[in-house]
Write a protein that binds this ligand. Structure first.
Ligand code: ADP
Ligand code: 5GP
Length: 209
């Protein structure tokens, strides 16, 4: 019996370590894929087309919006970002778990569309460390850096929409925390699973009282 895959969302302020966590996580957790978003943001040094993002221009992005090709999309830190719908549906229907690295607006929208989505928020140990990581990454110009730092408290203020919070103090520990959430969620019961077990072992469905 193949159950539908889970949809995980990983959000958190820019520079908190989402990509670093994801990179390690994907090598550790089988049956988990990352959704590759489309963006109008310029490619950073070292980023790979189709792996980091699909880099596109604003006209093409807006045409995709018109055609309904995104599960969700948002303007983030001055650029457009969108999650492609079809590929996610294909994976989830095949029983593969998908993780989306998207901003809080995107996370909230995904939960509205699909309430079974599991939302994980990554926090820095403190604001100074977030600043250090973002500056240390050396990928943004001063203007983009300031926008990202200014947006951090606004993003954190939406944490109540999320199901889990993970502090990324030590990277390996943070990866382990996210991995544990994924493993636990994979064992969560739902109506579909209960009915499968009852069919296998006999017995009738008992509504919780
Ligand atoms: P995000 O994807 O959230 O914008 P990144 O994954 O690019 O953030 O991480 C920002 C920077 O912080 C990178 O240089 C990364 O190597 C570093 N970093 C990530 N996690 C930690 C950590 N736990 N301790 C120290 N540095 C970290
Ligand atoms: P970055 O430019 O640093 O890669 O990403 C900036 C922000 O955009 C991050 O918070 C990231 O999670 C978010 N983001 C990336 N892809 C998407 C997407 O498809 N949709 C939304 N809503 N946000 C995204």
């Amino acid at each position: 019996m193949i159950f539908k895959g889970n949809l995980f969302v990983l959000s958190g302020p820019s520079g908190v370590g989402k990509d670093a966590i994801l990179e390690r996580l994907l090598g550790l957790v089988p049956n988990l894929v990352k959704s590759v978003s489309f963006t109008t943001r310029p490619k950073r040094l070292g980023e790979v087309e189709g792996k980091s993002y699909y880099f596109t221009d604003e006209k093409t992005f807006k045409e995709m919006v018109e055609k309904g090709e995104f599960l969700e999309w948002a303007a983030v830190h001055g650029y457009l970002y969108g999650t492609p719908k079809r590929i996610i549906e294909e994976f989830v229907n095949k029983g593969v778990d998908v993780i989306l690295k998207i901003d809080v607006q995107g996370g909230i929208n995904v939960k509205k569309i699909y309430d079974k989505a599991i939302l994980i928020f990554v926090l820095p140990p403190d604001f100074e460390e977030l600043k250090r990581r973002l500056i240390g990454r050396e990928t943004e110009n001063l203007r983009d850096l300031e926008i990202r730092l200014k947006n951090a408290p606004l993003e954190i203020s939406k944490i109540s929409y999320y199901d889990y919070a993970v502090i990324n103090d030590d990277l390996e520990n943070a990866v382990d925390r996210v991995r544990s959430i994924i493993i636990a969620e994979r064992h969560k019961l739902c109506r579909e699973k209960i009915e499968y077990f009852l069919k296998l072992f006999g017995g009738e469905f008992n509504e919780r009282t």
